[in-house]
Structures are given as structure tokens and as C-alpha cells.
Design a protein around this ligand. Sequence first.
Ligand code: SF4
Ligand code: SF4
Length: 493
Amino acid sequence: MTHSNHRQGTCCNLRDDFVVLAKPAGTSLDPKAAILRFRDIGSRHGPVNVPGIQSPLSAAHLVYDSQEKVTGFLKDLVKADLGLSITVTGPYDLVEECCHKAGLSPYLVNLSLGFWGNTAMLPPHDILEITTMCGHGRISPNLVWDLAGQVQQRKLSPAQASRKAGKLCLCNIFNEVRAAKLMPKLAAGVEGGSVRPHNPSAGSTEAVPVKNSGISIDRNKCTGCLDCVPYCPVSAIVEIANEGSVAIDPGRCTECGVCWQTDVCPTGAIVARELTWPRTLRGKFHNFHAPYRATPMMAGVSHPLGPGGIVQSFPAHRFPSELDDDFKGKLQPGENVVIVELGRPHLGTTFRDVQKVAQALLPLGLEMGLQYPPSDERTPLNELMVDSAKAVFRRDILDERTGWVIFKMLIRQEERPRVLQALLNVAGEIDAVFAVNILSRVENSVSSITARIAAETGVTPSASCKTNVGLGARPVHRSGTAAPAPRSNLDVH
Ligand code: SF4
Ligand code: SF4
């Protein structure tokens, strides 16, 4: 999971933002009971979010607004010994301090190298500070701009505005407390004109074709109130001049379902209709939450679906599940995982851009033929290629849009400069934006990894990153011997 790894901010305002994630490490006798216990312990340390009782028990997130709370939580987790793997997203220096006070020694870090590609398309940084607290891009930049305007007009308090935005984050990792602190500055920027709407959709829409499949507008019901317009993360909902209604631009719409799921429309004019090929792919790649799976949009889709398209380019026997957090302690010294999230944090991507990035990485070891995991049908990317050895996609889907496609490559550390250079080269050739992550064991210090990456790319990794604190499964060396036990410099009993 990299969705908490690209939270934007300043070194000051990121100090209020920590996401603690738990996943079974394979050592817990009853993983679900362990996750429930994690939530129970975490709730005693004042999280700013409350996990819904409906949330799946395969993982859990708790969000905190202070280093002290995280430290207390980690100390209790050490005592409880739940057999869970724990990661903490936040400024590395602060997370490291929390770990040491809890008697832990972080062993792995997932560094964010920020956003590459057509970054001119991204909203202003002040808005990204709020939208990137939902890693799936469900919070529209225009909605944040609109909410900040309402704060400025005193129609909403900062807390109310933050709550409205946070409700869109289905993983519940949005930090409403931090967002409420950021809102007044944003509101002042909106009033002063320094923060503008992102890709505003106002204006003539005569060229927008009628959209009768997937998420659509029933024009008989639409009153043209425009309430839905800011909710679209890609500005696909546009006003129809002189008709008193809105339309959805089929070219831009990724079928993410945000406008439909929020129930923002007072007249029920936003409807979900059946999708036809190849547009089916848009719903398919965005359809990562259960309530959405039951919609008519899924008709004709032959596979159960996972979150977007993911290509994991490494042997699955070593990494039987997601490696982003290495929660089973598999990554070896000298190995890195490069994770490229095409389409994030906003705007999605086309398969034409997916093809370009895949082809740039092929000579460096990306294997498009590998599935996630093998024999699991959740990754449909292989079916979409006419030649997976050359990463050539079907011609009829090249201009289809999707929310995101993720490549994960296991590489030797010495290959990292070439891989990152290839990504820098292709970044100038695509229309989409992509997020880049590097996963590495912490051998000496994170600052030394950061300095080497900066020298290789000219890009300094973000101070906020995701750290595996070393609880749960301990890293295992290839020889089969367990790595040294986590350092304990504190009596935790
Ligand atoms: S379904 Fe389409 S129109 Fe609705 S929010 Fe998503 S991209 Fe925008
Ligand atoms: S919220 Fe509903 S009624 Fe209002 S503009 Fe959107 S679709 Fe039309």
C-alpha cells in the first residue's frame, strides 16, 4: 500500500500527520483478532479517525496528529506482541524517534520521490496538501477549493469543511485535524486569488458528446444546481450553457464513481448505467471498493477485480503478497523495489502512457508477463496486451483512461540510477503524472539513502515516508537465518 506515502506539506505541518498501518505478518494465530486488538489499543491513544466497524479485518489504519500519541501506541504494541507488521507514515526523523522510544529499530523504508511526468496539470501545492491525504485521488482539487471558499464566506467552519472532504476517503486515512488547520490559510489564498480553481470546468460545453453509459446524467432529472461539479476529481462534469443542466465529458471521466457514490445530487440525476467495451476498463480499474462492485457497471466483466492494474515484477514465491510494506520481512540487503504509480495523485492515465512507461522499463528488467500474484486473476493487464514481452497493448484501448496502473520492480540497488534515469526520460514524453517510490532496507541511515537518491536523480525524497518499524515478522536473510532481533534501548515492561 503506497496510498499514504505521498502526503504533501511543509516540514512544519507534516509534523501533525502520522498514519499507522497494521497487517498480519503471518505469525499471528488469529489475524482478525489481532487486527481488532490493534484497533482497540490504538483507540486509547487518541486517533483522529475511527475505523468503521464494517472495515475489512485484513489490515487497519489509524491516523494520529502527534508524535507522542504514536510513541505511546508503539510502546503498547510492543507489549501486546500481536504478530502484526506495523508501518508508520510520517516525517522519518520523528518516526525514528517514536520507534527508539518504544524499543524498536526500523528496518525498512518506503521513500516517496514525489510526482513526475506532466506535473503542470497538478493543482497548486496548497490544495495538494489536503487532497493527497486520500491516496486514491478521490478528493477533488476543485472540491477543496470550493470548501475553502465556503470557509472564507463563513458558511462552513474549517472542521466542517475538512469533514466533508474526509468523507470521500474510503480508506479512512484522511487527517481531518490537520486539514482543519490548513483550511484557514487555503481560504485566505482563495479570497486573495493566489489559489485558483483547478482546471475549471465552466464555459461552453457544446463539444461534449452525450454520455449514455457508465456514470451518466439523467437530464430529465437534472436541475442544473451545479452541486456535483466540484466533486469530480478530473473536472469531467461541465455545465451545459443555456440548458440548465450538466453533462459528463466522456473523454475525461474515468468512471471513478465519486459523484455517484457521494449522493450529492438532490434529485438523483446521477445514474450508473452499463458500460460497454472498451470503456468497461475505466470502471474496472477504478472499482476497488465492494459497494461499487455490485453496480451495473460491472456487467460483462469476467474477473473479480483488485485495486487498479498492478504488475509486480518479481518472483511471487519470494513475495506472495504486497511488498510495499514488506510485512513478511522478505527484502534482502542491497535490494530495492521501485514502485511507479501511473495516474496518481490525480487525473488518471491512458493505456498509451502505460505502454510508454512499461516499454521504458522493459530493458531494465520489468516483466509484464508476471501476474499479481501468479494465477490470481485480479490483474487484467496481461489480457490487454497483444505482446507482453514487448509491452504492446491492444490498439483499441490505447486512449482509454484509468485511475491508475502500478508497476513494482525488484532491482539490485546498483541498478537504481539507471531505472530512475529511464523514468526521468519517459516522464517528459507522457501526458500523465506518476508517483515514484523506492523501498529499501535501512542499513545505515535513511539520510544516507536519501542523499544517494538525490545524487542519482536530482530529486530529494520527501521527508515524509513510510517506515516498517520492525514488529511482527523479522526480516529473514536468504540463508534462512533470522535477522538480528529489533534493538531494544528501553525497558518496555
Ligand atoms: S464518475 Fe466520472 S464524472 Fe463522476 S466523479 Fe468520476 S470521473 Fe467525474
Ligand atoms: S447535482 Fe444533480 S441536479 Fe445538480 S447539477 Fe448535478 S446532476 Fe444536476
